[in-house]
Design a binder for this molecule. Structure first.
Ligand code: SF4
Ligand code: SF4
Length: 289
């Protein structure tokens, strides 16, 4: 089974649109929505949830009031001011560092796993989808990304699927590193803007660091042909071949307005034609067909 991450360095470049539509025209594919802070693959693919799992992404201090002598040491030591004057632990402030647990003279405190999200296993228009929902304000999305990816790989193996397409997190931080780890390749969706170039350079460094082959897709290349040429030259120097140049396409806008995959809205739009070229490259370079 092969794993292809779709990443962009930032949101709003069409990453999810590419991931969803590529999955629609590829056989035997599992999708993993690893953009867990702002998941939206489910909006395009109308998934039907088959099963779900709880995600425990945090450990919080919990007090046994019967053992507490109210000495106040934990409140004094907590660097996050997570314990109020009455000795109550405020969950939303607790970072689970464990200092209070280690220092409590009465052994009245312990760290307890805390549910911070849900993982869903769904069937959808393109086949199967693993996606997640992080509780509002919950942290540790990198850990949830790893779980979504691992569960997607396990489920794909059970179903004998040939490819996992990972809709990665934006940025270059912990969640995107978690999205990329172990991938056989990464599709870089970029736009010819100054911020797009800056993001792409950081992503290129990341791919080089992890020795993951990257493939470039320039979205809306016609908004600035000069910067498009720059992107292509830069990526050539970094050994990132160009797989597709997609023009601004009103079919994409119309499809998104209707909440439909572009291919279902217009199978012969410029976007759809370029996507078929990407599929051919994917089959040749990654799936070895
Ligand atoms: S350190 Fe332990 S005994 Fe002292 S107030 Fe905190 S929980 Fe209670
Ligand atoms: S675990 Fe750390 S952050 Fe949480 S209450 Fe104890 S000392 Fe404060």
């Amino acid at each position: 089974m092969k794993k292809l991450a779709v990443i962009s360095g930032k949101g709003g470049t069409g990453k999810t649109t590419f991931a969803a539509n590529l999955a629609l025209i590829t056989d035997s594919v599992m999708l993993a929505d690893c953009d867990v802070d702002a998941p939206n693959l489910h909006l395009l693919l109308s998934p039907e949830i088959i099963k779900s799992q709880d995600f425990y992404g945090a450990r919080l201090a919990v007090k046994d009031a019967d053992r507490c002598s109210d000495c106040g040491l934990c409140r004094e030591l907590c660097h996050f001011q997570a314990i109020d004057a009455a000795g109550q632990i405020m969950d939303y402030k607790c970072e689970g560092c464990g200092l209070c647990v280690a220092c409590c003279p009465e052994r009245a405190l312990k760290l307890v796993e805390h549910k911070t999200g849900d993982i869903f296993f769904s069937s959808c228009r393109s086949g199967s989808l693993v996606h997640a929902r992080l509780k509002i304000g919950a942290e540790n999305s990198g850990k949830l990304v790893s779980r979504v990816k691992t569960e997607a790989e396990k489920w794909a193996a059970e179903q004998g699927q040939q490819l996992v397409i990972i809709d990665g997190s934006p940025g270059v931080g912990c969640p995107v590193i978690a999205s990329l780890s172990g991938a056989d390749g990464a599709l870089l969706i970029s736009e010819p803007t100054l911020s797009g170039i800056s993001d792409l350079k950081r992503i290129a460094d990341l791919l080089e660091h992890f020795s993951i082959p990257g493939y470039l897709i320039i979205n809306k290349h016609d908004i600035n042909e000069e910067l498009t040429d720059y992107l292509i030259d830069y990526c050539q120097e970094r050994n990132i071949p160009l797989w597709a140049k997609v023009p601004f396409d009103t079919a994409v806008v119309r499809a998104l307005e209707r909440g439909e995959p572009v291919l279902e809205y217009s199978a012969d739009s410029p976007f759809s034609r370029q996507l078929k070229q990407v599929k051919a490259m994917l089959e040749e370079r990654i799936l070895g067909k």
